[in-house]
Design a protein around this ligand. Structure first.
Ligand SMILES: Cc1ncc(C[n+]2csc(CCOP(=O)(O)OP(=O)(O)O)c2C)c(N)n1
Ligand SMILES: [Mg+2]
Length: 322
């Protein structure tokens, strides 16, 4: 349940608000466009969960790396991934970040440190860990943040990755976006032991549970986790960020009539919404400037996607494994 009070200087709040508002706005526009069938891939929206990716990525450097999941819009945008290339990717266009071949679940922007994501639950965690192994050898103080859902903790590879990262003291921040559900299945029906932090700590790395609506607390926790990693030898950390998915598992709609959760469950999360709260904390003029700039950025991304071409048929045989 959310409870945090947000405290940060004006410049930080404005920077956080720009990212929060961009992620929210981008996905609201995606949800509006979705019924037209211009968007060619399924979409797993992060609406309601944005503060986790925004807070963590604000603690990262431009040359750090993130890995996300099929619910990866927020991590991509929070890490400064190219918004035009992302929208074009959703439209299946040649100018998309994966040349129109990946869609929403496979966003990638290596120039901005966004590793490719995957629809296979848990699968990006060991890849992120391998990247952290490489960064440790590189020795330039870069770190990896690996985002994954609560469902990924039911995959053995998550625990293998925690063990390996702790053993080799890899510079990786594991970030569990715990929204309480894997598709329609609540945690109570899935976890024998509900205390995720205790389970993780048994693998030998520091772990903390944080209110995922408190973007400032998330930023602070991520910053204090990665600072010692950059100096070497400290090793990984784990953050469990409690959050809530406002829309259906996949698709643009609400699903409180689907029978597995109630609208009342949303209420405390909506009241603690980081986008609304941070927006209310910054000055009116700054807020208006940020919103109109971001609105334009999202409109430009849609125009870019619409004006781009579909991939040529030769693309069927390029950049494919076999
Ligand atoms: C290895 C694997 N098993 C099962 C699935 C089917 N599946 C797709 S999404 C999902 C739920 C994952 O939940 P969570 O990790 O909590 O992420 P969230 O959707 O809540 O963000 C499952 C089980 C899959 N894609 N990959
Ligand atoms: Mg989940």
């Amino acid at each position: 349940m959310p409870d945090g009070a947000l405290r940060a200087d004006a410049e930080t709040l404005e920077r956080l608000y720009r990212k929060l508002y961009l992620t929210r706005r981008f996905e609201e526009v995606v949800a509006d466009i979705y019924p037209t069938d211009k968007i060619k891939s399924p979409v797993h929206l992060s609406i309601g969960q944005e503060a986790v990716a925004v807070g963590v990525c604000d603690a990262l450097r431009a040359d750090d790396v993130v890995s996300g999941t099929y619910r990866g819009h927020a991590a991509y945008l929070a890490k400064d991934g190219d918004a035009n290339a992302m929208m074009a990717e959703l439209f299946g266009k040649d100018s998309g970040c994966a040349r129109g071949k990946g869609g929403s679940m496979h966003l990638v922007d290596i120039a901005h440190g966004v590793l490719g994501s995957s629809a296979v639950v848990g699968s990006t965690v060991p890849i992120a860990m391998g990247y952290a192994f490489a960064l440790q050898r590189e020795g330039r103080g870069r770190v990896v943040a690996a985002f994954f859902g609560d469902g990924a903790t039911e995959e053995g590879v998550l625990w293998e990755s925690l063990n390996f990262a702790a053993l080799h003291k890899l510079p990786i921040l594991f970030v569990c976006e715990n929204n309480g559900y894997a598709i329609h299945e609540p945690i109570e029906k899935r976890w024998a032991v509900r205390d995720l932090i205790a389970k993780v700590a048994a693998f030998g790395l520091p772990a903390s549970r944080i209110d995922g609506s408190d973007v400032v607390a998330i930023r602070a926790a991520a910053a204090s986790a990665v600072a010692p990693m950059r100096r070497g030898a400290h090793g990984p950390s784990f953050m469990e960020c409690t959050t809530y998915r406002w829309r259906e598992h996949v698709g643009p709609n609400a699903d409180f009539d689907a029978g597995y959760r109630s609208r009342a469950e949303l209420e405390p999360w909506a009241a603690a919404d980081a986008v609304t709260r941070v927006g209310a904390m910054i000055g009116a003029a700054a807020r208006q400037t940020i919103e109109s700039e971001v609105d334009r950025q999202v409109r430009d991304a849609v125009a870019f996607a619409e004006q781009s071409s579909m991939p040529a048929s030769i693309e069927l045989k390029t950049h494919v494994f076999a």
